[in-house]
Design a protein around this ligand. Sequence first.
Ligand code: HEM
Length: 424
Amino acid sequence: MDGEPPKLEFRGRLPLVLPGAGRVLRDPEANWPPEILERSVVEARAAGRRLVLLASPEAVNEVLLNQDGDFPRARLHDRMLGASYGDNLVRGDRADWRRQRRQLLQPFNTPGAAAPEARIALACDRIVDEWLRTEDGAPLDVIRDARRFTLDSLWRSFFCDEAEARAVEPLVEATAQTMDAHETAPLTGHLEDLRPLAELALERERARLDADGAGVAAVDLNTMLLFLHAGHDNVAAALAWALWLLAEHPDWQARVRDEWRGRSGAGFDAGAFPVAGAVISETLRLYPPIMHLIREANRDLEVEGETVPGGFTTVLSLYAMHRNRQWWDMPDAFRPGRFLTAAPDLRRRLLWAPFGTGPRGCVGSAFARTEMIVALGTILDRLELTPGPGGMACRVDFVLRPEGRQAVTARPLGRDGTGAAGGR
Ligand code: HEM
């Protein structure tokens, strides 16, 4: 790659006096001041609302790890997301969110079920088989196919056994394709696309609880929609970014492939793949799919020596923290090596928070990491990725997405990693 991968260019001015707070968040390029990449606290005003943009590990510590309910998920966040999803688990004021979270994770707390890697690999092989049949040199639509893979993999891993997965495959496939075709539709449109699958998932979830004698389902249709959406959309964006970054960095691609090929036959352990892990961490640093977390400050807050008075809506910008010039060396460059050594202290660890953290952090972070490691290994074992004829750019629609359907091509690999394997 010549130079650095694409980034957002913030062009907003200080102080921000804007027609609506939602707009500040939906269109950060036009509205956020560039100072947020150099400072920890930037105050803004939008439609009479006091907003403060935060980009520091101390803010993560104070706001996200707070256990006392002083910084609840903001009503603004509920309106932006909750209104689309309806009343569901993500709502800041939802009283039974702990119960819902526990239930969603139950399949992974059951011995044996907590080993989804074989199912993930099956879902991935389906896509790689297709890619191997692609005409030589034709671009791979990694954005569409990452979504097809992650929806299939989530479905197989959480809701059914292999025989059932095959029966539902046409619905999963049609849902992913429709969502891809509705790429720029608002979230509400995407949720409508997911509705038939969510109804089926809920039916299965209720049957599972019944069979286990585990009581009444805490999860309702809105939460199931949220789960199916949050459980595949973010991973799809991250995986598409990772595949493109690896196509542009053959050295890291070779290291991920070698690590995968050298794996032991024993059970899957994400920690046994430090190189793939570092590539994933660096991808999520550069392109955190959820760019910002919005919390109400019900009390004063100290961040890097500055006082943020209570009453503000705080916008913790993961993107700006991950690229802040104060904390990172060459913040816009793809350098996975920075994640190969453990962070020396808590402050350094909290600088990287693509999954959020604390009581309302992501429920699926471990699954997402497993999924991405298995996908990268499975793909790179069989294919060499190369830059395609088109470029990649960023698009923000609350989620930070890759935009560029011609940015990656591939050629088949033999087991020795050097020759063509045939099969195309
Ligand atoms: C790369 C992939 C992913 C990223 C970057 C990501 C990121 C996030 C973030 C930033 C939050 C909000 C945390 C907060 O507000 O503090 C979140 C919440 C959530 N995520 Fe993920 N996520 C990913 C994958 C997944 C997967 C695979 C699942 C399900 C299997 C999932 C399910 C959820 C749910 C249910 C919530 C809401 C939790 C709550 O409100 O208590 N996510 N995720």
